[in-house]
Design a protein around this ligand. Structure first.
Ligand SMILES: [Zn+2]
Ligand SMILES: [Zn+2]
Length: 233
């Protein structure tokens, strides 16, 4: 939980407004020691080699430690991710709940909310699917970061209070076993200290992230600092 790092920042390779160079300059101006370059990919993305090369080249021009990350959505309860082929050179995959990873595949949160309200799906089953998908996504050779975990819950009419303690403990244990990481997201104001406590207990590294889409917000924290205070109290 290091506020001198921002481990999730987007660039013009996907939907960020700043170039990687601009993001590095912002990180340098704030005195950050590490920057997670992260851009959105999907199965059809073809620019990953170019992106890896760009980050590698910029490492030679800054003292800020650069991570070359890509962000992909969780697809289903197998833990599959929406990734292209050919991601050699990528340092970390950020696994994100952009849709609800149900057994049958990624489902729009609005549809899931309607199905919960209509009694076709239970909140417990949806939360179990999210926990199962996330846990299974961790078991792969690459470094995986659990990105803005639980950010989808409010869109479903749910909250982190609905996450079962035993389910969170199993996910945290799996993150520890597989050597993976979780972030606190300044952009999404999640996860909460209560959600992160099992991860802390299992020794899972917890990263500070802004999920910035413009250089001005890089490395500026309120939620992350508040969560850290609560965890350390
Ligand atoms: Zn995301
Ligand atoms: Zn992101």
């Amino acid at each position: 939980m290091n506020e001198r790092a921002d481990m999730h920042v987007h660039s013009t390779f996907s939907d960020g407004k700043g170039r990687i160079e601009d993001n590095i300059a912002a990180a340098e101006a704030l005195g950050l020691t590490a920057l997670g370059c992260v851009d959105h990919v999907r199965v059809s993305t073809d620019w990953v080699p170019e992106y890896v090369a760009a980050v590698a080249r910029l490492r030679g021009e800054t003292a800020v430690q650069l991570r070359c990350g890509i962000e992909a959505k969780l697809l289903d309860t197998s833990g599959a991710l929406d990734l292209p082929d050919g991601i050699e050179g990528v340092d970390a995959i950020y696994a994100a709940d952009h849709q609800v990873p149900l057994p049958e595949g990624p489902t729009h949160p609005r549809e899931v909310r309607e199905r919960i309200e209509g009694g076709d799906l239970t909140a417990e089953a949806v939360i179990d699917a999210i926990l199962t998908s996330t846990a299974r996504a961790l078991d792969r050779p690459e470094r995986v970061v659990i990105a803005h975990f639980a950010s989808i819950l409010p869109k479903l009419g749910l909250s982190e209070d609905d996450l079962p303690e035993d389910g969170l403990d199993r996910l945290a244990a799996e993150a520890a076993r597989t050597g993976q990481e979780i972030e606190i997201s300044e952009r999404w104001n999640c996860p909460s200290a209560a959600t992160l406590r099992p991860f802390l207990r299992h020794g899972v590294p917890i990263l500070f992230s802004t999920d910035s889409h413009r250089s001005e917000t890089i490395g500026r924290y309120e939620h992350c600092l508040a969560v850290r205070r609560e965890l350390q109290a």
